[in-house]
Write a new protein. Structure first.
Ligand SMILES: *Cc1c(COP(=O)(O)O)cnc(C)c1O
Length: 400
């Protein structure tokens, strides 16, 4: 009997909510206008729809609609924030601070900045994946122009102490950017409360479509100036030229609206499913380590290391269950995850990790089924694992 596949890789992408699809459909069809067309109603109607989405999104994060710039996704938002702020502030300084567990969509642009003359500090994290605000205080110098630290980690779900980081940046007069691709729509997010100046979001991580994102750019206290990275028609107040993805933007607005209104109930439900999965696994297996912060973590994330079992082998054994080992974006490479390594995990522990990313459409039945299959597969793989048997023969495997 073949069972239907189970999707638990919601940090990689999410299914578009049917309500979002419905909201988008007219904008491929009867409402197909270009939002930049000022001379006829096709354009006006498209622009109205974009304005509605912009307003909804702004309300959800405590921003003004003028502070939202639509992009193609969080990767582009991060690039615009990082290159844009650095180039605009060149005369003020050349130092940028980021964190060791950032997504490559932050680490790679920051690495490119080095070739443009930037000095870069990469802050370490503790065993739970959090930066120490005192490390940030020490890292900031007179020449620091930008701090980029993510809201929630895409592999282990850890939430940084953002409000404190925001406060430090304000005190020192340094711009603060945060990649919130995993956090937007999952945890409460208010740009005033956290004092963030630039915030990246992506629709396809919150049950919206792929290929659309946004960058929040603060306009007051301080007014953030960015140098664009795309030039052309001057769309989005000159910050992001290119015809707007109207259906995508409408979908993003609808997705965030749903996420905002259902967040309290949904995060409780998804967290309960996540905890049920965790319990179903650890009550039947020894030597399983949780990667990430036990509390300050996304409600939908469960990243576990199974001693003696390679994540890749476990994924194969879980045929039909979509999970990931390491980060989906880097799983083409076979290297142990840079996130787990930064958290002090050994290479052995890092390659034994599996990331379960739960979501809106998972059910209790799926959770029970996945827990059962994980337990069975890990037992089977361990019984033939010389690495595990050897370790068990001696001392208990270290669970730290
Ligand atoms: C998915 C993700 C990105 C990339 O977002 P895209 O919209 O796919 O470009 C960036 N940062 C984090 C933390 C992510 O999870």
């Amino acid at each position: 009997m073949t069972r239907p596949p189970v999707y638990m890789d919601n940090h990689a992408t999410t299914r578009v909510d049917p309500r979002v699809v419905e909201a988008m459909l007219p904008f491929f069809d009867s409402e197909f206008g270009n939002a930049a067309s000022r001379t006829h109603m096709f354009g006006w109607r498209a622009e109205e729809a974009v304005t509605r989405a912009r307003t909804r999104m702004a309300r959800l994060i405590g921003a003004d609609p003028k502070e939202i710039v639509f992009t193609s996704g969080a990767t582009e938002s991060n690039n615009l924030a990082i290159f844009g702020a650095f180039e605009a502030l060149r005369s003020k300084g050349d130092h940028v601070v980021t964190g060791a567990t950032e997504h490559n969509a932050v680490l790679d642009p920051v690495a490119r900045l080095r070739t443009r003359g930037a000095r870069v500090t990469v802050l370490p994290v503790d065993g739970h994946g959090r930066v120490d605000p005192d490390d940030l205080r020490r890292a900031i110098t007179g020449g620091t122009v930008l701090v980029s630290l993510m809201f929630a980690n895409n592999e282990v779900g850890t939430l940084h102490p953002l409000a404190e980081i925001g406060r430090i940046c304000k005190e020192r007069g340094v711009l603060f950017h945060s990649d919130a691709a995993q956090a937007a729509g999952k945890v409460p997010l208010d740009v005033q409360a956290i004092g963030v100046d630039l915030l990246s979001m992506s629709a396809h991580k919150v049950y919206g479509p792929k290929g659309v994102g946004a960058l929040y750019v603060r306009r007051k206290n301080p007014r953030v100036i960015l140098e664009p990275i795309l030039f052309g028609g001057g769309h989005e107040r000159g910050l992001r030229s290119g015809t707007l993805n109207v259906p995508g933007i409408v979908g993003f607005g609808a997705a965030l609206e749903i996420a905002g209104s259902e967040m309290p109930e949904e995060s409780r439900r998804v967290r309960a499913l996540r905890d049920r999965l965790h319990e179903g696994i650890v009550k039947n297996l020894d030597d399983v380590v949780l990667n990430g912060h036990p509390v300050e973590r996304l409600p939908n994330n469960l990243n576990l290391s199974f001693a003696g079992v390679e994540g890749e082998a476990l994924m194969m054994a879980l045929d039909g269950v979509a999970v990931s080992s390491g980060s989906a974006c880097t799983s083409a490479k076979k290297e142990p995850s840079h996130v787990l390594r930064a958290m002090g995990r050994s290479d052995d522990q890092a390659v034994t990790s599996i990331r379960f990313g739960l979501g809106r459409f998972n059910t209790g039945d799926e959770v029970d089924q996945v827990a059962e299959r994980v337990v069975g597969a890990v037992r089977r793989l361990r019984s033939i694992s010389p690495m595990y048997e050897a370790a068990r023969g001696g001392a208990r495997i270290s669970t730290r």
